[in-house]
Ligand binder design. Structure first.
Ligand SMILES: Nc1ncnc2c1ncn2[C@@H]1O[C@H](COP(=O)(O)OP(=O)(O)OP(=O)(O)O)[C@@H](O)[C@H]1O
Ligand SMILES: [Mg+2]
Length: 468
């Protein structure tokens, strides 16, 4: 519980807010108490001044009695002295502290407007003021006013009590607010923690609320996306593995079957040759498949290097066409190059040849006898576009989005007659993208397919590129 984020955030907030509150309360308290005490003292002095003014007019016994009588009825005490400190009259009994104040007074100095001579309300029993009585510059005497500090102490302790209550209530409110706030902040985090724990246990359906548009909402969205990606990856891996085992199983079954037959006695030489040829063919297919898989693995490990050099596209296309022409002719399919000539492109010739061979291989494999395949070169701004178009079977709409996935074949039964492993296009696309180019396929079922590669015409940047 003490290591929980909500507790830590809460404690931090609580301590800082409490410190701020304490500082504010203290300042307010001190100011308030000072103000009230000042008020009492001002009042005391003002009273003394009034008496002093009256006595200045008539410094007579009768007036003094009158003053004394007035204060005798009030909560204040008055002592009137002559100009040297001799007591003339007092309203209440003179306490030792009062006598001490009079004794400590410097009767030579006569501040105009009087002064408060005892301010220590928290230590002494009385606070006191001294108002000299002057008449036309003649020093007649002094009016000392005293006020019991008990009243001030009562007032201050009343203020204190109020502050303690206010402080307790403020602290409780702070705790409540912080608790709900820190829960509000940490609750989504706790949910996300639980979700990622579930993810690591293999449950890929996380159910997070992502309708907040702050950082926590973004984090929740990222976690949900991560879980979807994981799910997809897991499914892709399973499909990948089952495709691979299928691809391996078929040739191995053939090889095993025919080698069993070969071992039978009384087989004619002709049959032996036939079966050995089949075994060889299957072994070649296996080798081819494993080689392609190896290429894929290299791509994933970033070991697939592209070395770009300026090269003639015409030459490349002619070379590729020459390579496949025989296969096309044998199957009664025609092939032609058209479009721009003399185009120079920055490319890795060997890799680009691999891409084009695959496209032509596909065009041939997936089209019927008598159909035509065309290669067109188009220059567009700073791009060179190569299109390979066939009039073959085309690709169903629902398969198009996955056509570049590894081991993806439209023919889900993975029939051998219809050809490949479903690796060619995924490798081709990665090679083209490593060249800084783009590759896409348009197709209409029953009408044909158009594969498009667009490359940068010339590129002065780094000549080395890693795939992956
Ligand atoms: N020109 C095309 N016409 C119709 N279908 C095509 C064409 N090109 C590709 N396809 C479909 O896309 C799938 C994937 O193509 P890809 O080149 O990746 O694999 P492949 O040709 O089957 O095998 P290989 O790994 O030997 O190239 C093919 O199996 C095929 O179903
Ligand atoms: Mg192919």
């Amino acid at each position: 519980m003490f290591t929980k984020l909500s507790f830590k955030i809460g404690l931090l907030f609580f301590i800082s807010i409490l410190l701020i509150e304490a500082l504010l309360f203290y300042t307010l308290y001190v100011t308030l108490v000072d103000d009230r005490v000042d008020e009492v003292m001002d009042n005391l002095l003002a009273r003394g001044e009034t008496h002093s003014a009256v006595l200045a007019e008539s410094f007579q016994e009768e007036t003094m009695n009158h003053v004394s009588m007035m204060e005798g009825a009030s909560s204040f005490s008055v002592i009137v002295t002559d100009e040297t400190g001799g007591v003339l009259i007092h309203s209440d009994p003179i306490q030792p502290e009062m006598a001490a104040v009079i004794q400590n007074t410097d009767f030579q100095s006569m501040p105009a407007g009087g002064q408060v001579v005892e301010t220590k309300w928290d230590e002494k029993e009385y606070i006191a003021s001294d108002s000299p009585v002057m008449n036309d510059g003649e020093h007649l005497g002094h009016v000392f006013m005293f006020s019991d500090t008990e009243a001030i102490e009562r007032m201050v302790s009343h203020i204190q009590r109020q502050f303690v209550w206010a402080g307790v209530i403020a602290a409780l409110l702070t705790v409540a607010t912080i608790m709900s706030l820190s829960r509000f902040i940490t609750m989504p985090l706790i949910r996300m923690k639980e979700a990622t724990e579930k993810l690591s246990l293999g449950h890929h359906q996380v159910d997070l609320v992502v309708d907040r548009n702050d950082e926590l909402g973004e984090l929740a969205a990222s976690i949900t996306k991560l879980s979807d990606d994981l799910d997809r990856l897991k499914r892709a891996r399973n499909e990948f593995l089952s495709s691979i085992s299928h691809e391996l199983r078929t040739p191995l079954t053939y090889i095993k079957g025919y080698s069993d037959i070969l071992n039978r006695p009384g087989l004619s030489e002709q049959d032996k040759e036939k079966y050995a040829a089949i075994i060889q063919e299957e072994a070649d297919r296996l080798t081819g498949f494993i080689q392609k898989l190896f290429e894929l693995a290299k791509m994933d490990q970033h070991e697939f290097r592209i070395v770009k050099k300026e090269a003639s596209l015409d030459k490349l296309l002619e070379g590729v066409v020459q390579f496949v022409r025989e296969a096309f002719e044998q199957e009664g399919k025609s092939l032609a190059i058209s479009g721009a000539k003399g185009v120079q492109v920055m490319m890795d010739q060997e890799r680009m040849q691999q891409v084009l061979l695959n496209l032509l291989d596909n065009a041939r494999k997936y089209s019927s006898t008598g159909s035509h395949v065309s290669i067109a070169v188009v220059e567009k701004n700073d791009e060179v576009i190569v299109e390979v178009k066939d009039e073959g079977a085309g690709i169903p709409k629902e398969d198009l989005p996955f056509i570049f996935d590894r081991l993806y074949r439209v023919d889900k039964s993975r029939a051998r007659e219809s050809g490949g492993f479903g690796i060619g296009l995924s490798v081709a696309k990665e090679i083209v993208e490593a060249h800084g180019g783009r590759m896409f396929i348009e197709s209409k079922e029953g009408m044909g397919t158009k594969a498009t590669i667009s490359l940068k015409r010339k590129d002065d940047r780094d000549e080395y590129h890693l795939i992956g």
